[in-house]
Design a protein around this ligand. Sequence first.
Ligand code: MN
Length: 736
Amino acid sequence: MSAPAEQLQSKPIGWDGKTLIEMTEESKRLFEETGRYYGVEDLTLLRDQPILYEKIFSRLRGGLVNARSTALNISASPIVRELGELSFAIYTPEGDSIALSTGIIVHVHTMSDAIKYMIKHNYEQTPGIRDGFIFCNNNSMIGDVHTADVHTIIPIFHEDELVGWAAGVTHEVDVGGINPGSMCYGHADRYGDGILVSSELVGENDEFYEHYLQRCRECVRAEMYWVLDEKTRLTGAQMARRQVLRTISEVGLDTYKKFMREAIEEGRRTFLQRSKTMLVPGRYEAPSFTDLPWADDVNVHGQARKDMMMHAPLSMTVKGDGQVEMSFEGANKWDYHSFNCAPSPMQGAMWVQLTQTLWNSDKINDGAYFATDLKLPYGSWANPDWEKVSTTLTWFFLIPGWSGMIRSVGRSYFARGFLEDISASYCTSWNLMQGGGPNQYGVDGAFTNFEVSCGGTGALYVKDGETACAAMWNPEGDMGEVESWESMEPLLYLGRGVKPSSGGPGKYRGGTGSEALRMVYNTHAQTLFNGGEGHCFSSYGVYGGYPGCSGYRHNMHGSDMKKRIENGEPFPRLDGDPEDSQISALCEAEEENFDMKAIQGPKHFGEYDLYLSMNRGGPGLGDPLERDPRSVVHDVNIGHVLERFAKSLYGVEMTREGESFVLDEAATQKLRDSMRKKRLEQSVDAKEFFDQQRQRVINKDFIRPVRDMYASSMDLSSEWNEKFRKFWNLPADWSL
Ligand code: MN
């Protein structure tokens, strides 16, 4: 449908008679010419009226936080309402972020990408950008993390002029993919990902088009959650818009315009200043890997049925002027799984990590975007060269992929002496429990359990990590009430507790993770996913600290739980120590899946089947033999460390006194001395070690998935190929 002729001829909506495309080009030109945002040289508003400047920022920031806190009450989904998996932000007319609320701030840049897409594709002409229009996007190739995250974007007009944009995002319970759950996987490509809304006009006059809402209801499971979340986002975005207009009416349009340019330029300068203060220029290497053991998983698509590894050779370069470059050069190719990642989420992830580490100021905006560069090799899992790849669970590669950034930043802090800021990095956010089917209310349901936002945190240089409380993607972790999840999921919690020895050992240990044991109940059938790494550690320790535990799968199909409950017999509450599993000890089943295949395609579960969900612990820092032995004994007594590891890992001898243990100081000293001696005996010269490993590389002594991974990286990147050869000093005729 074409717009009426008078609308097509209407004057541009940008400033000073410019179109949005012209404004964007000008911004780009000014940045290229001056290296400063919009060419701003003197921050005159900040200099001459600092109180007013701060007041404007506080108004906007406060308005956004308020919008988030109010809007989330409209949602029915525990993901949004209880865990706060939403955020709001405001942008310049060109789509650069000025200020944002709390919440899933990984999205601030993804929504920026979605706005820039609309400008680039001349939405100003068709379908037009007018006051009261509502746009929606969940296409990660345009600007989003994954299909489950849905954006609502509205323009902000002052009279006939566009003064910016307000936008909000929520994570949906279900997006109508080939299987239930918000991030289903096991299918080959995008055609199974679910409903795709590509920066579409979905309403006007501040009302959604009925045909749009109807299409959504028809395309997703658990439609109530989707529709209420549409209203959640629109309400928050409208509140943000009102706050901008109120601010303009108080300070005047010219001052507001000046503020938005200065706020971003100040953000850029603050970032560079922080970076120069905290980091030492140079190059930092911190690769990560994760496993995808799908060779014999009958529940995944034939094209994906192989054992795969993700390669994320993250290299961080800090320049003399503070500019930071992150490069994934050498990442291996995308594949027929759902863990591929568009550039927009990679950009968002860098951004959220910077705000939690280097740039921990309240004044966060796209200034960091202008002070950083991100290199994502085309054709890799992080920048696919085929637009139809599946991206439902982008996080599966992204989270381990970025863990090296925190280690690199920490090493730089060490060199500068900012010891208390050093972290061993974050844990990966698994197990991801999701699925659906006919639910306890007799209707088709779907869910994603966001307990996953509460992993153990990494150890710091001066203290242990925190227990079960955080995720790298939402700085406000909350695991939600058991009862909230049970109201949505037809699975009962048999127990929820800390997972002993899940935090990485070290002088300071990683924060402990948690586990929940679930029983399918009040339904005959559910499709459930396990999601997480199992065969390799995807977030390592630092300075001699160990990684947190990797995951495993422990599910019971056709269990005897019904009989146990009827007869009043004991049943498992948690799994505890997998080498002395409480599930196996207290429950019998026709099929027991107890292995390291922690990520599996959609699997059928019947009533009384058991499902274990284990959330990871954080990585450790420093040599475990340097840990205060009293802390080790305490950890054993409170159930955070398994008794046997006190001795084998920490060299701590204890004696039992009643219910608890006490330290045997003399025996500990003796044991630690002998362990240190043994280390010396076993150690080899670094050169000898390097030569041994080099021989393995020359002999191509890799397991198949590792060999495939390196071959793929070399195939995609001659630069990385050269780097690998040079590092190992390989013969010219060597190839994989
Ligand atoms: Mn999401």
